[in-house]
Ligand binder design. Structure first.
Ligand code: AMP
Length: 396
């Protein structure tokens, strides 16, 4: 980890370009979930405390290089002002940003309009990056969740200015490093969710790095089927059978223990409260589908958790949105949360539905770190070096 943090930078009197991710959900012109905005506050405050003048750069939606009026970042200004407890000046165009007076530049926190209105952003056009770079003296990337994209504001700028990670980026990278970079062993991974096909590279990387790998959710069905087990009407990618067998073989070669369900909860309808029963994983009836792992499987996962020192989790163990098929996810997540709170387990979780599943289980707040980064988190779990992070390393 070569990248610098805000602690390494002299920011006094400096114009700091801060790449943030405030791509928040908006309904009828109002921000409905301000989590992402709240999370950038420590970075902005630290820059201010060090005498720097932050200009926030962010994207909103996918305007694809054109000005799209209903994708304006102006909608974030009131919430940003409330969370920061200070005035935020919205800067509509790059021309306006270039023509700000010295006084205006240093009076308030600045927020630049949706950077994706410019085609040069996603193209990582060097001329566009240079134009942006001229607006600042220092670059701070606090948008881990956008750092799997090599765009001008996530990658190009780090080549042009003294650069560092913001507090959120720093916390995210430190947590990820603790979980997969140089983790305390044994390391256990839980990978669930719908499909093997979307998580192939992730599974391939994990079997090389972790000591045990729990496979749950719809994905487990594909692994069961690949071993000749009939999974009835379960969600299953039969065409991925060879791939599943390759992953099992790779795990055997690397000494990674794969933990698949040995008992399963089946139902005949995919709906909340559907009639269900628990059967051995080898005995799913032809007309039924597997919707959750059974108690014996959960007990095995919990036993593995008790001895693990590090846990990395992506994806639910069952159809967690519809009770009671959230039982295995809830039970395993609760135990992981307890062990984390007791300090015996370092637990890192992330990726789309995972955060929702762990929140629903009431476990999220006791995990060591929850990443809200979605795609970037998954790419990191796949063992990829994220361009935005690599650029910070190069700049250091
Ligand atoms: P993912 O986005 O890949 O993490 O997948 C999450 C989705 O997988 C959730 O919507 C779950 O309901 C679904 N899921 C998990 N287990 C099963 C299962 N056994 N059968 C059908 N869907 C499942």
């Amino acid at each position: 980890m070569a990248w610098k943090t805000l602690d390494d930078m002299d920011l006094n009197g400096k114009r700091v370009l801060v790449r943030v991710d405030i791509n928040v959900p908006v309904e009828n012109g109002r921000v409905t979930d301000a989590t992402r905005i709240a999370r950038i506050v420590p970075t902005v405050n630290d820059i201010l405390a060090k005498g720097g003048h932050p200009m926030l750069i962010a994207h909103f939606g996918r305007p694809k290089g054109k000005v799209v009026l209903d994708m304006t970042l102006r909608v974030c200004v009131p919430v940003l002002e409330e969370k920061l407890g200070r005035k935020v000046r919205f800067v509509e165009t790059l021309d306006a940003a270039e023509n700000l007076t010295e006084e205006a530049r240093s009076a308030d926190v600045l927020l630049l309009e949706n950077i994706r209105f410019h085609p040069g952003e996603e193209a990582n056009d060097p001329e566009f990056a240079a134009r942006l770079a001229a607006l600042g003296d220092v670059y701070c990337n606090d948008a881990f969740s956008a750092s799997h994209r090599a765009h001008a504001s996530t990658e190009g700028l780090a080549r042009l200015l003294p650069s560092c990670a913001g507090r959120l980026m720093q916390a995210e990278l430190e947590a990820l490093e603790a979980a997969l970079g140089r983790p305390a062993r044994p390391v256990m991974a839980v990978v669930g969710g719908a499909k093997v096909s979307t998580k192939l590279e992730l599974l391939g990387n994990l079997v090389e790095k972790v000591d045990s790998l729990v496979i749950g959710g719809g994905m487990a069905n594909t692994f069961l089927a690949a071993q000749g087990i009939d999974v009835g009407k379960s969600l299953c990618e039969h065409e991925m059978a060879d791939t599943a067998r390759e992953i099992i073989a790779k795990a055997q070669a690397t000494g990674c223990e794969i933990i698949l369900p040995t008992d399963v909860v089946i139902a005949r309808e995919f709906k909340e409260g559907a009639d269900n029963e628990t059967v051995p994983a080898t005995e799913c009836p032809e007309d039924a589908m597997i919707l959750d792992a059974g108690p014996q499987s959960v007990a095995r996962i919990v036993t593995a958790l008790e001895t693990a020192k590090t846990l990395i989790w992506n994806g639910p163990l069952g159809a967690f949105e519809i009770a009671p098929f959230d039982t295995a996810t809830n039970a395993a997540a609760s135990r992981a949360a307890e062990l984390s709170a007791e300090g015996t387990l370092v637990s890192v979780a992330g990726g789309g539905d995972t955060v929702a599943a762990l929140n629903k289980a009431g476990a999220a707040d006791r995990f060591t770190y929850i990443s809200t980064a979605g795609g970037a988190f998954l790419e990191w779990m796949e063992g990829k070096l994220l361009p935005g992070v690599a650029a910070l390393d190069m700049a250091a």
